[in-house]
Design a binder for this molecule. Structure first.
Ligand code: HEC
Length: 177
């Protein structure tokens, strides 16, 4: 009987030990392929066509941190909006950084008068380590109709950067996840 109990306790300890080690092993290591894959998914494409396709696929909605709801923009951005930050930006904000890392990105859904249907998008992606005084380190994109016909696209565009330079490293929204 005693032996059975000892064996049982040993077995339980072994199982717990195994799951603990498995847990340890499943934590992705910085710079591992897993972390890289997650980062790649997290950073929007920097080419216009691919970017629009990526926006329309809408996967950022599952992975980005979102404002709690659709609200009226305080900027010149299509009436009602909802802003999303990627994990690079959220990490930087949590670390108290005021100059964001390369790969930081925000997506803003433009709803105009409605609250249900996304009509356009505004996007900013940090593509260089240094932002530059005129926002040369930021790629700007905006489509008011969800197509690329009249979309605004470019790095350090003054029509976006001049107003955004009033923010924290060109981030204007007060949303802090
Ligand atoms: C006249 C000022 C102004 C101009 C010009 C402007 N924005 Fe904004 N933008 C704002 C303000 C204010 C906010 C934050 C408030 C909001 O709308 O939610 C904002 C928010 C954003 C956001 C969400 C992240 C953030 O920085 O808060 C993105 C992305 C964005 N703008 C992209 C653009 C792009 C791309 C352009 C150029 C095509 C542009 N903006 C032009 C004022 C401006």
């Amino acid at each position: 009987m005693k032996r059975k109990i000892v064996a049982c306790v040993c077995l339980i300890a072994f199982v717990i030990g195994c799951s603990w080690i498995a847990d340890l092993l499943s934590v992705p290591v910085q710079g591992s392929p897993e972390v890289k894959a997650r980062k790649d998914r997290d950073i929007p494409p920097t080419k216009k066509k691919q970017l629009l396709r990526w926006l329309k696929a809408g996967n950022y909605r599952g992975t980005y941190s979102a404002e709690s709801g659709v609200h009226e923009s305080t900027g010149p951005h299509g009436g009602n909006v909802r802003t999303y930050y990627n994990s690079v930006l959220v990490g930087d904000l949590n670390d108290g950084k005021t100059i964001f890392s390369k790969g930081a990105a925000m997506v803003k859904e433009l709803y105009f008068d409605g609250k249900e249907e996304v009509i356009g998008y505004a996007v900013m992606i940090k593509v260089r380590k240094n932002s530059g005084n005129s926002g040369q380190g930021w790629l700007f994109y905006e489509s008011f109709d969800g197509t690329n016909k009249d979309a605004i696209f470019g790095r350090g565009l003054s029509e976006c950067a001049d107003c955004h330079s009033a923010g924290v490293d060109f981030l204007r929204s007060s949303f802090r996840p």
